[in-house]
Design a binder for this molecule. Structure first.
Ligand SMILES: NC(=O)c1ccc[n+]([C@@H]2O[C@H](COP(=O)([O-])OP(=O)(O)OC[C@H]3O[C@@H](n4cnc5c(N)ncnc54)[C@H](O)[C@@H]3O)[C@@H](O)[C@H]2O)c1
Length: 282
């Protein structure tokens, strides 16, 4: 359907597609951790997947191989999400190979931690560049494709879905990580503003805010029993999250079952944002 025929509002003939059959997902930073689990989860729910990575093609190929083992199509696409030309080439390659993109999972992210007095400008710029500008660049290309392609009612009731990987640190200040916390705080308004702007085009934009998930990015927080014990003090549910906890949310958010969810941050954190220090009356 051409872009000017896309109508907002309910349709009496709306067909809901609770699974992702026939849809194409592009997942950034998908060769490890949460991105890998999300890519596999979307594939298990029926989607073909473009697996983005920035280094280590073997790990990305392994994820793509697992996806093909599920009977879906998969390609690997190398791109640094903070680089405009690389992001544009990645979308061109993914669309050429898989036909379109229906679902973008803006997952790539990194940390460069230091107290502010010791933080080089380069580390500030790297984290903002990947975690925030990278999500803008990928969202822009995805939206261009969603508008170009328009609705395919036989595939989904939405013209496209964007899922931003945020963090509990979009609301919890984090001493020693000012670049990371600022990048995730920025994601909150990036996501909400895009959701507001794009809703009339039937494009949904939401965030997942993970708590502490067992991945390489935070290995020092869980790799020893002492560190894990300190971490669990912050988690009312008393277990560390697993990448699949995030994948389950991503599959639901990408599906038509979540069609009325737009502009929301879904916290998947075992209650980390419940300020458990106040549980004993503060
Ligand atoms: N693990 C957690 O507890 C946790 C909590 C909150 C939020 N997150 C967020 O989840 C996302 C995934 O992190 P993870 O925990 O799986 O860690 P991870 O380090 O396993 O994954 C991050 C991925 O991003 C990729 N990446 C880094 N820079 C990139 C770039 N310039 N271009 C493309 N890809 C790049 C890495 O190669 C890696 O595959 C991140 O956005 C992170 O901030 C993680």
């Amino acid at each position: 359907m051409p872009r000017d025929e896309i109508q907002a509002g309910p349709s009496p003939n709306r067909q809901y597609h609770p699974v992702l059959t026939g849809q194409v997902a592009l997942v950034t930073g998908a060769s490890s951790g949460i991105g890998r689990a999300v890519a596999l989860g979307l594939a298990a729910a029926g989607a073909d997947v473009a697996v983005n990575y920035v280094s280590g093609p073997d790990a990305a190929e392994a994820v793509a191989g697992e996806i093909r083992g599920l009977g879906r199509r998969a390609i690997t696409v190398c791109a640094d999400v903070s680089q405009e030309a690389q992001v544009q080439a990645m979308f061109r390659d993914a669309i050429a190979a898989l036909g379109t993109v229906d679902i973008l999972v803006n997952n790539a992210g990194l940390q460069r931690d230091a107290p502010i007095a010791d933080m080089p400008l380069a580390d500030w710029n790297t984290v903002i560049g990947v975690n925030l500008t990278g999500q803008f660049l990928c969202a822009r290309e995805a939206v261009r494709e969603f508008l170009r392609r328009g609705l395919r009612p036989e595939i989904s009731v939405a013209a496209g879905k964007i899922i931003c990987m945020s963090s509990v640190h979009e609301v919890i200040p984090w001493a020693g990580h000012v670049n990371y916390a600022a990048s995730k705080g920025g994601i909150a308004m990036l996501m909400k503003t895009l959701a507001q702007e794009l809703a009339p085009k039937r494009i949904r934009v939401n965030s997942i805010a993970p708590g502490a998930i067992r991945t390489p990015i935070n290995m020092s927080a869980w790799e020893t029993p002492e560190a894990l014990g300190r971490l669990l003090d912050l988690i009312p549910y008393k277990r560390i999250g697993e990448p699949d906890d995030i994948a389950h949310m991503a599959v639901w958010l990408a599906s038509d079952a979540a069609d009325y969810v737009n502009g929301a941050t879904l916290f998947v954190d075992g209650g980390m944002t419940l300020y458990s220090a106040f549980a004993g009356n503060g």
